[in-house]
Design a protein around this ligand. Structure first.
Ligand SMILES: [Mn+2]
Length: 331
């Protein structure tokens, strides 16, 4: 077993009160990991509080139906567990009555740009989901995988592997998913909750984005744009846009796809996807953002036009350099 895993197990065995938190704008991996670890700690008889104040998207409501189960009064936790969060600034703000200043910080994450802010850091970008890391802890510690724990971990893995479609879908991941299915996770039902549960607004937003496509560099780059006026005019809002950027990679030949959301004038949210050829986390980091090799984001405080121009130039340069390198290696 990895040494770090021993240390984490030892920490869990020798402490009693925990506050768990993750990043704002929770996703399937952050919610699923928090809930699964929280419920397991409760099995051990620990005091647990899960900090998840920020809007949990309605489609993930099925994961948190037993959140009360993990809302003990923990005022001065011994351990503050942070999951799936590269920087402590990105944490969902901890409620005022909680004092985590004195707590021992356990940082478990798979983002390559993690800042190792913990007292104990298990950071490994090789893991497809933090749910897989939590799975390992539970497995090693002999957890009882209840149907709700299995459902949470399955959802974490499902969503961070893009529905088992990304290149991080390894044999191990599928074995873990099979194990969780035997423990009561139901793939068809979970998939319908996560992927077939959109609002009308979502589809209106897809329409706006698909209506404004821009191809560059022989279709290696695809931009989708949601300008403020179109969204307001269609009486939609920017709240339901998760996954729209993934449409870009459905087009053959596209290596980098970008969605620009003009949430306000001179406030542009940018989501980026790569087919694997270039590292979009690296591109977004240059503009103060971050993420993973294949999925990242950043924010511009500039006009929509300037933002597009700056991003386009950057991606063209990166693609040219990468194409050049590829030609050299494969000569
Ligand atoms: Mn994750």
């Amino acid at each position: 077993m990895k040494e770090i895993l021993w240390k984490i197990i030892n920490l869990i065995q020798t402490t009693n009160s925990f506050v768990l938190a993750s990043h704002t704008d929770p996703d399937g991996d952050s919610i699923g990991s928090l809930m699964a670890l929280g419920m397991f700690l409760k099995q051990l008889g620990k005091n647990v509080y899960i900090q998840m104040r920020e809007n949990v998207p309605p489609k993930y409501a099925f994961l948190i139906k037993d959140l009360t189960y993990c809302s003990d009064n923990v005022n001065d936790p011994e351990v503050f567990v942070v999951l799936d969060t590269s920087s402590i600034d990105r944490i969902d703000k901890v409620a005022n009555h909680l004092n985590t200043q004195e707590a021992f910080i356990l940082n478990i994450d798979h983002h390559g740009d993690n800042l190792h802010f913990g007292d104990l850091n298990w950071v490994d970008p090789a893991y497809p989901a933090v749910g897989v890391m939590v799975f390992q802890i539970l497995k090693e510690m002999g957890a009882e995988f209840t149907p709700l724990i299995a459902t949470n971990l399955y959802t974490a893995i499902l969503t961070d592997t893009g529905g088992f479609m990304f290149s991080n879908t390894t044999p191990e991941v599928l074995e873990q998913a099979a194990f969780l299915t035997k423990k009561g996770a139901t793939p068809g039902w979970i998939a319908s909750q996560v992927y077939l549960n959109h609002s009308k607004n979502y589809l209106i937003n897809v329409g706006i984005a698909l209506n404004n496509l821009q191809f560059y560099m022989d279709d290696q780059i695809l931009f989708m744009v949601m300008d403020n006026r179109s969204v307001l005019r269609s009486s939609s809002s920017f709240s339901e846009t998760e996954g729209i950027v993934d449409f870009t990679l459905k087009v053959k030949g596209v290596k980098v796809g970008v969605l620009f959301k003009e949430v306000q004038r001179e406030h542009i949210r940018i989501s980026m996807r790569s087919n694997g050829f270039v590292d979009v986390a690296h591109i977004c980091a240059e503009f103060g953002g971050g993420g993973h090799h294949n999925a990242a984001g950043c924010t511009f405080y500039d006009t929509l036009e300037n933002s597009q121009q700056t991003i386009l130039q950057k991606i063209i340069n990166v693609l040219k350099a990468q194409n050049e390198e590829w030609r050299t290696v494969n000569k």
